[in-house]
Design a protein around this ligand. Structure first.
Ligand SMILES: NC(=O)c1ccc[n+]([C@@H]2O[C@H](COP(=O)([O-])OP(=O)(O)OC[C@H]3O[C@@H](n4cnc5c(N)ncnc54)[C@H](O)[C@@H]3O)[C@@H](O)[C@H]2O)c1
Length: 315
């Protein structure tokens, strides 16, 4: 199925940004918020913001015209979704709010329309209970701020049709963003990792290991500096899986079994897979690592240039 008409229900922070992204990608986008007046205010805000972002060089030339031409406001949820091939739900992260909204979307949508939820953490299978034909429903989780963050999680629940996932994949690809398929577990990948990081960071502060300001400095200037380019598996492969196994043994000794070496790491090391330095690892296969090292060095040096150009964040 080719998606041409899109509706976004809930045009606040996330829904508004998602609507801009889709309008700039050439989709005809209709937004609906809690009432017609709020929706019109959001439309004006999104059009104004697109002009400002283009003037600041943050959006490509022509983007504001695309938003002006392709983004529309409907007077009701029903009117917004009536002609849509794809509908993104982005109302509050409250099951009691999302449930009736999803049911109303389905009741007014065309039978073939795919419905995605931007929920950050709620299991998709639970939300799917609000729909009669839940095969068309999945999580399509854009990240904040949607116009600038390039990744989208796609979360099928047990009953999602493969065709719905493929349609959502195609939609995301047409925005220039990158999607990843993720299973339906609370928090998915993004927020499960992000929340664990914040929880551990808070523990460090509570234990007096470092101040919140110093934890932030360590994160963004050390391992966080690598993350725009490499995920945790590639980073471990480059560092050496034998090193990681030894590190986990020390951490487990001091923090208990929650930081035991993961079984998959222990197995790889036992088989002689030490990452880049020997036989490949989690995601980097064995082979010539010179191009990867050159890319890494270029990436980190260029990131340093960008940070010096931008200066420190005005916290
Ligand atoms: N803010 C983030 O960082 C972030 C990141 C990723 C995902 N999300 C998820 O995106 C969703 C929206 O979050 P947000 O930050 O944009 O919230 P928000 O409060 O900015 O926007 C929610 C919008 O939904 C509207 N709304 C409420 N009830 C409605 C109804 N019955 N019909 C139509 N519209 C209705 C509100 O008026 C508001 O404009 C949530 O599920 C949230 O978890 C948020």
């Amino acid at each position: 199925m080719t998606i041409a008409q899109v509706a976004v229900v809930g045009a606040g922070y996330m829904g508004g940004g998602i609507a801009q992204v889709l309008a700039m990608a050439g989709f005809q986008v209709t937004i609906a918020d809690a009432d017609a007046t709020t929706t019109r205010h959001h439309l004006e805000r999104l059009r104004r913001e697109a002009v400002e972002f283009e003037e600041q060089g943050l959006f490509d030339p022509g983007s504001a015209d695309l938003v002006a031409a392709n983004l529309h406001a409907a007077d009701s949820l029903e009117a917004a979704v009536a002609d849509a091939d794809y509908i993104e739900e982005a109302v509050l992260e409250v099951p009691e709010v999302k449930g009736p909204v999803l049911a109303a979307i389905e009741a007014a949508a065309r039978p073939h329309a795919v419905i995605g939820s931007n929920t950050s953490t709620l299991p998709i299978g639970g939300l799917a209970a609000n729909l009669q034909h839940a095969g068309r429903f999945l999580g399509v989780h854009f990240s904040n701020p949607a116009p600038f963050i390039p990744g989208v999680e796609l979360i099928a629940h047990a009953g999602t049709d493969e065709a719905a996932v493929v349609a959502a994949e195609d939609l995301v690809a047409r925005t220039g963003k990158l999607s990843a398929r993720v299973s339906d577990r609370a928090g998915f990948v993004l927020n499960r990792l992000q929340y664990v990081l914040l929880k551990e960071a808070a523990s460090l502060v509570e234990e007096g290991v470092a101040s919140a300001e110093d934890v932030d400095i360590v994160v963004r200037t050390t391992f966080g500096y690598r993350l725009p380019f490499f995920g945790p598996f590639a980073i471990a492969d480059m560092a050496g899986l034998d090193i990681y196994a030894a590190g986990f043994r020390t951490l487990a000794e001091h923090y208990g079994e929650r930081l035991d070496p993961p079984a998959v790491l222990t197995e790889l090391v036992a088989e002689g897979h030490y990452g880049v330095k020997q036989d490949g690892g989690f995601v980097i296969p064995a082979g010539d690592s010179a191009p990867l090292v050159a890319y890494r060095n270029r990436a980190y040096a260029r990131l340093g240039q960008l940070l010096r150009e931008l200066g420190p964040a005005p916290l």
